[in-house]
Design a protein around this ligand. Structure first.
Ligand code: GTP
Ligand code: MG
Length: 133
C-alpha cells in the first residue's frame, strides 16, 4: 500500500469541484488518511516547484497557487502514486484525456485543479513538506 501527496489547487475549491474530485479518488478505492485546508506562501512554493522555479510561467503559477486555500491530502491505496497520476490526467492542456480530472474540468495548463506526487521519492518528501514528520 502506497501513500501519495495530493493537493486540490485553489481553482478546484473556488469552482466547487472538491466533492467531485474527492468522489473520483474514493471510487478508485483510495482513502484520505489526512487532510488540511491551508494557504501556501511563496517560500513553500519555491521549494515545491524548485524544478520549474526558473521558468517564465513561474510568477503566474505563484499568483494562482496563492489565490486561495488549497486542500492538502495524504491519499493511500494500492499503487496510489501512479493511480492518482492516471486519474489526474496529463499536465499540458490538450493532452489530458476526457475521463481524467484535468481532461474533464481544466481549461488551461496552469490552472489544472490538482497536484499529485510523481514518484515514491517525491511522495515521501512532499508528505513531509506539507504535513511534517
Ligand atoms: P503537479 O502535479 O502540479 O506537480 O503537476 P505535474 O507534475 O503534472 O507538472 P509539473 O510538476 O511539471 O508542473 C507543476 C505545475 O506547473 C503544473 O501542474 C502546472 O500548473 C504548471 N505548469 C507546468 N508546466 C507548465 C507550462 O509549460 N506552462 C504553464 N503555464 N504552466 C505550467
Ligand atoms: Mg509535478
Amino acid at each position: 500500500v502506497q501513500q501519495t501527496y495530493i493537493m486540490l489547487k485553489p481553482d478546484a475549491l473556488q469552482r466547487g469541484l472538491a466533492g467531485e474530485i474527492i468522489s473520483r479518488i474514493e471510487k478508485k478505492g483510495y482513502h484520505m488518511v489526512r487532510c488540511e485546508l491551508k494557504m501556501l506562501d511563496e517560500a513553500i512554493l519555491k521549494e515545491h516547484y524548485a524544478h520549474i522555479a526558473d521558468k517564465p510561467f513561474f510568477p503566474e503559477l505563484v499568483a494562482y497557487m496563492t489565490s486561495g486555500p488549497v486542500l492538502a491530502m495524504i491519499i493511500e491505496g494500492e499503487n496510489a502514486i501512479v493511480g492518482m497520476r492516471m486519474l489526474m490526467g496529463a499536465t499540458k492542456f490538450g493532452e489530458a484525456l476526457p475521463g481524467t480530472i484535468r481532461g474533464d474540468f481544466a481549461n488551461t495548463t496552469t490552472e489544472n485543479l490538482i497536484h499529485g506526487s510523481d514518484s515514491e521519492e517525491t511522495a515521501a518528501i512532499e508528505i513531509k513538506r506539507f504535513f511534517g514528520e
